[in-house]
Design a protein around this ligand. Structure first.
Ligand code: PGA
Length: 276
């Protein structure tokens, strides 16, 4: 059963996939197939907040997704894949918190490993984004995760600890009340993203437990107990149940398997089964 303090969050990261036409088709199939695909009790799990769903489309599809999500028979948050820490200015190619808020977007992904590896995101820029967005009232999905080389050389915990220090403003033990559950950490081992290699439930649980311990050390037990920790990296309908069965895994951040309505619904259904 899901931890009652935290519930389950299933988030789909579309990355740079789906045109507006494909987005329209995705939502119309999602709407049509949801009643059959989601188990009894799902509506109640959503209504009580124990289950939450989120989709993270490319920027150009945010507004359309938001509109189409309102027509679904269940609530679905729409999140931005990125946002700048400044509210405006000479930052070509970026979008700001106020721009997203004007659309009605209240959630954002920060520090995804593809941003870190391909687009020069550093711990410092991820920290600035996270701090600014949290201060502006956003829910932040903050990504951490080690590379294969870092895991093999025994540095996993050191890397997670370093990356995690960028997720939260340094507000010490009072952070929990400031955050009010708005910080979500996604543990995504880089070697498992898009590779078909998934961390075993034991590896995921071990990393999540370590992350919760780090949250406790830095920000106190209340923040540690409240913060949802998602696992990401080749999550699919075939492996999500065993990952969600881990006591410190509170959901999943899913790339490839979120692109098709059937598999996204299967992931939501797995989340619903964890929230009886
Ligand atoms: P994947 O991507 O599920 O395709 O491995 C996960 C992610 O990058 O968030």
């Amino acid at each position: 059963m899901a931890n009652p303090d935290r519930g389950v969050l299933i988030a789909g990261n579309w990355k740079m996939n789906h045109t507006l036409g494909e987005t329209e088709r995705f939502f119309s199939e999602l709407k049509a197939k949801a009643p059959q695909a989601l188990p009894a009790g799902t509506a109640e799990a959503f209504r009580s907040g124990r289950l939450r769903g989120c989709l993270i489309p490319p920027q150009l599809a945010l507004e359309r997704s938001l509109r189409l999500a309102r027509e679904l028979p269940f609530p679905l948050e729409i999140a931005s894949q990125n946002a700048h820490w400044e509210k405006q200015g000479a930052f070509t190619g970026e979008v700001s918190g106020p721009m997203l808020q004007e659309l009605g977007i209240r959630w954002a992904l920060v520090g995804h490993s593809e941003r870190r590896q391909l687009f020069g995101e550093t711990d410092e820029t991820a920290r600035k984004r996270s701090e600014s967005l949290l201060t502006q009232g956003f829910v932040v999905l903050f990504c951490v995760g080690e590379t294969r080389a870092e895991r093999e050389s025994g540095q996993t915990h050191a890397v997670l600890s370093r990356q995690l220090s960028g997720a939260l403003p340094e507000r010490g033990k009072g952070a929990a009340s400031f955050l009010d559950g708005r910080l979500v950490i996604a543990y995504e081992p880089v070697w498992a993203i898009g590779t078909g290699l998934t961390a075993t439930p034991e590896q995921a649980q071990e990393a999540h437990q370590a992350l919760r311990g780090m949250l406790d050390e830095r920000f106190g037990p209340e923040a540690a107990a409240k913060t949802q920790l998602l696992y990401g990296g080749s999550v699919a309908p075939s492996n999500i149940d065993s990952l969600l069965a881990c006591p410190d895994v509170d959901g999943a951040l899913v790339g490839g398997a979120s692109l098709k309505p059937e598999s996204f619904l299967a992931l939501l259904a797995a989340g619903a089964r964890r929230c009886p």
